[in-house]
Design a protein around this ligand. Structure first.
Ligand code: SF4
Length: 639
């Protein structure tokens, strides 16, 4: 239950929630959402869901549809998806940021994010906008579609952690080094269940794009979101962006109460690196200095701001990169790109031997620039999971733009000792030519790749289920629906994706489901860990999966199953897992009362009787009893 703090004890989160709280129950708080963002790989599904909600126009103050992830358009499916998103944006009153306009989080920070407001985005790095003092949360596409339709979002009451930054960073130490130190201390699990608030004198040495580096990689800490105060530095940033009127101050009270506090002394930090294959596998750059580098990639939503790339240009000016190194530089937005072109920095980069890529996610999501086999790739990105770069045998090292640029010149990992002071112009060039304002009149354009959402199902009709698959512990959403770049153009095509469901675990699974009426999946512990991708619930729904019985579930996937109308139930006795054999059939008794009243559900056959249960909020119970979230909204469940 969310309890209001006394006015002298309010944190940043408390102040924003107090201002925008719509309702609350014991389990959840419902807040007003002012802005939403989608990107193209999650956007198609969100807009299919928005269409199904049959609204006239979005209920938010501002919604933006970005085309930034898969911009290569190497196959027509991809281009058709973009056209569909474009037409939905126009129809429902959503601004479109066309391919080439930039990475959603960078563009949103520059052009739209507002202190003290709430942003919901269908991308896990949406908290980037926390750098400007916004409560910015990443969620599944259906939650974002719901926020567009209703202006509401439900959140479990999180814990609060304060990260106090003391001291001043030494020359050559950047925001990236700071967040890598925090990842080293807290690990990729350290922020789970928390809102992280930054404070302390040290924040005065961080401009908004630097703060956004920390809030961006709060996603790597597992945090719900991260946020900075909105102060004179925020004001100056908005003024440079010609958006001074969007400024609102936001401070935590001196007596604000936190569940945990971490103190970080910036003056003790040295250049850091996250080694393969995890963002928290952090050490100092000096530890691996001298390692030969094959590739350097500068960009991504973490480190592609104007000041980041000006630092890079200053290092490259008049120099040549090592002949064995491939250096790519991706400006984060068309604004950044335009300014680099106008002030000559772009030519400094090109003359040094850099390849300039269009403003998009590109190499970060494996769309181009895969390193050589066994290669060493230095990247300014936020994730270095094995294979994400497109080359499973390569090692990706996450570093600051300074370390990246310097190492490109020397051809080996090199720690920066100094950095040039970049004098920022008073006014930034704002190139909004990639933004398209909606007319709210157009027709929706549905290419052949846009397939309908799978039919919903009433779980109360389930009398019998057959085991379709028995899985181990820690099954990921990638195991359920692979996220390889070859499948990216099919994110709006559930029937096509269904052919790949659990393909790496049991290639026969999709075919077997076709011969079953109601499919049961058996899971071990932490079923559905990994990304928030809701395809991992919608594809099984298409294959007639009705129940997942597991030892435990990953939080977001469990919600996605409920939203899809699939019952996630948990063994009363985890040892019963061993009693179940492939293709066993069960009679299902008591599922409806298990969902509505929390009693036991029994799965019975002549060999065993398995007891299980469902736990969830009242809203989740109603969603499950009403054929999933979409149908629940249609029958007025949120009104
Ligand atoms: Fe995601 Fe990378 Fe794009 Fe950022 S740059 S939004 S991490 S794919």
């Amino acid at each position: 239950m969310y309890t209001k703090e006394a006015s002298h004890m309010k944190s940043l989160f408390d102040k924003i929630i107090d201002a925008h709280l719509i309702s609350q129950t014991e389990d959840e708080i419902c807040i007003k959402v002012h802005q939403t963002l989608t990107q193209d790989t999650t956007g198609t599904m969100a807009y299919l869901q928005l269409e199904a909600m049959q609204i006239e126009k979005v209920a938010t103050e501002l919604s933006v549809a970005y085309i930034d992830h898969n911009t290569l358009q190497t196959v027509t499916e991809n281009a058709d998806d973009h056209e569909y998103i474009k037409s939905c944006a126009d129809r429902f009153g959503i601004i479109l940021s066309k391919a080439g306009g930039g990475i959603c989080h960078q563009v949103h920070l520059e052009r739209f994010a507002k202190p003290t407001k709430v942003l919901l985005g269908s991308d896990s790095h949406t908290p980037t906008a926390g750098g400007i003092g916004m409560l910015a949360i990443g969620a599944g596409g259906l939650d974002v579609a719901t926020a567009m339709a209703t202006g509401k979002y439900f959140i479990r009451n999180p814990k609060k952690m304060k990260i106090q930054l003391d001291g001043i960073p030494s020359p050559g130490v950047t925001a990236k080094d700071i967040i890598l130190v925090i990842l080293q201390k807290l690990t990729v699990k350290g922020g789970v269940g928390y809102i992280i608030e930054y404070g302390g004198e040290g924040i005065r040495s961080l401009d908004v794009p630097d703060r956004a580096v920390l809030t961006n990689m709060g996603a790597e800490l597992g945090a719900t979101t991260s946020i900075f105060p909105s102060d004179s530095i925020t004001h100056a940033f908005l003024k440079r962006q010609n958006r001074e009127s969007d400024f609102t101050p936001l401070y935590a009270e001196p007596d604000a109460v936190y569940d945990d506090t971490l103190i970080v002394n910036l003056s003790e930090i040295i250049p850091m690196v996250a080694k393969p294959h995890a963002p928290d596998n952090v050490t100092s750059v000096s530890e691996i200095e001298g390692l030969k580098v094959n590739q350097v990639a500068i960009g991504s939503c973490t480190n592609a701001s104007f000041s980041d790339l000006m630092q890079v240009a200053a290092l490259l000016k008049g120099k040549q990169i090592a002949s064995h190194v491939s250096l790519s530089i991706t400006p984060g937005s068309s604004n950044v790109y335009t300014m680099l072109a106008e002030n000559g920095a772009l030519s400094d980069m090109i003359k040094a031997g850099a390849r300039i890529l269009e403003p998009s996610c590109g190499p970060c999501i494996g769309m181009g620039q895969s390193p050589i086999s066994e290669g060493v790739s230095l990247r300014t990105f936020n994730r270095n999971f094995k294979g994400r770069c497109g080359t499973p045998s390569a090692g990706v090292y996450l570093v600051s733009p300074l370390t990246a640029a310097l190492s490109a010149i020397t051809g080996q990992v090199t720690a920066p000792k100094t950095a040039q002071q970049i004098k920022l112009p008073k006014k930034f060039t704002t190139n909004d030519s990639f933004l398209v304002q909606p007319t709210c009149k157009g027709e929706i354009v549905r290419g052949p790749n846009i397939k309908p959402l799978p039919d919903s199902f009433d779980v109360r009709e389930i009398k019998n289920v057959k085991v379709g698959l028995i899985t181990e512990d820690n099954i990921t959403t990638d195991d359920i629906v692979p996220s390889t770049s070859s499948l990216l153009p099919f994110r709006s095509n559930i029937p096509y994706l269904s052919e790949y469901c659990f393909k790496n675990i049991d290639p026969e699974f999709p075919e077997r489901c076709k011969s079953m009426d109601h499919v049961l999946i058996i899971g071990g512990k932490n079923y559905g860990q990994g990304s928030s991708r809701e395809h991992a619930a919608l594809v099984p729904l298409y294959l007639k999966v009705r129940i997942v019985l597991a030892k435990s579930f990953a939080r977001i996937h469990r919600s996605n199953l409920i939203n899809a109308g699939i019952a996630p139930i948990v063994f009363n006795n985890p040892d019963d897992y061993d009693l179940i054999t492939p293709e066993m059939t069960f009679e299902v008794q008591g599922l409806e009362s298990a969902i509505s009243e929390g009693t036991n559900v029994f799965l019975t056959n002549d060999k065993c009787k398995i007891a299980a249960h469902f736990t969830g909020s009242e809203r989740e119970r109603q969603i499950l009893l009403n054929r999933g979230y979409l149908n629940y909204i249609k029958i007025g469940g949120l009104s």
